[in-house]
Write a protein that binds this ligand. Sequence first.
Ligand code: GLC
Length: 446
Amino acid sequence: MRSPRAPRPHRPVRRRAARGAGAGWRAVPLALGLLLSFAGGAAQAADLSISCGALGQELRLCQDAVDAWSRKTGHRVQVVSTPNSATERLALYQQILAARSSDIDIMQIDVVWPGTLAPHLVDLSQYIGPGTTATHFKSLIDNDTVDGALVAMPWFTDAGVLFYRKDLLEKYNEPVPKTWTELTRIARRIQNAERAAGHARMQGFVFQAKGYEGLTCNALEWIDSFGGGTLVDDHGAITVDNPRAAAALDLAASWIGDIAPEGVLNYDEEQSRGVFQSSNAVFMRNWPYAWALANAEDSPIRGQVGVTALPAGGTDGHPSGVLGGWQLAVSKYSAHPALAADLVRHLTAASEQKRRAVIGAYNPTIPALYRDPEVLDAVPFFGQLYTSFEHAVARPSRITGSKYNRVSAAFYNTVHDILARRQPAEPQLRALAQRRLQRLSRDGQW
Ligand code: GLC
């Protein structure tokens, strides 16, 4: 392990214009000003800056861990919070990186971005050796390795899961649903009965259907659970135009205004959690982080929440959950790559991942932690759903590489249209496959 450099005189982090900065550079301070808030008060001189997500407890957990590293090394670090929407966050990073700005040294990047951002990221294998990477899920290290370069280190992983209200299922003597059809029936029954009993705001099911990356995850889960594939297969063939995919989306469209509010078309993770956690929904699709918050001391539904795998699509379908998760990467335009890599090593280490799992229910990327009694005690479903996490279904980001973001945008826009206008899915999926995706792919070569 390389030791970090001695502390350097502090310099203002936002004034470091990198060599080669083009006209785009001028847009970056504006983007930062509009989209970022600097955690911990006024911008101050720092040796490093790191962008962290702000979903749930993310920002505080990041800040605490960064502070611990700062105390140990004497380096100052500015924690920058980024937009919750993965789609907006990517646009911001692309703008900063295209301008070769050194404003952010360490970026929290989505599991689907290594292929897109790789040209701008440092190969961390010069700083973090195989002894360390071997302790992480191999699939994630493979995901973060682009053309032989380790462009990011896994920080936490995710898979879509179903949250349900144990007390309501018990009250109505209903089982935990195993298929989407069963979920639809139970959600409708409990929602309507609760409304009739005076709980006017009760909803059957909330999820993420705003037009952004989160909808890609939700829709892929519906389609995959019906056996309708993953949009583009591992060989690059466009597979989304098929009857099972259409059946899955037709069912989802029928939920809007029935078991899900119209507003779900504008919900991201935090909005769905807001409804569920304020006791206004029977079921919620979300990522594991919602567990810790739903059971927090001030949560109205503390102790009433169950978590299980998402339902199967019909009797010949299977439960599904999309693979999500975040990595830490060092920008090629960082003035301190070795120091930044040391902070990445600290943040992704087992001890820190354990702390995040216990406090925030963030899934570790180190398999051994799923056998740790303290982790399992804090988040029992990590053990029960381990296989679901291990076999979570990947979005087609590896095969589509730097085009993934455009593929995903074409997909979530189509799905949003189907849901919002209750249009039959089949012709929409055909147009998506034959026009938009076909145009993006070069005969499946991507
Ligand atoms: C979660 C997942 C991430 C996904 C995003 C979509 O943050 O970890 O992989 O892209 O949700 O909203």
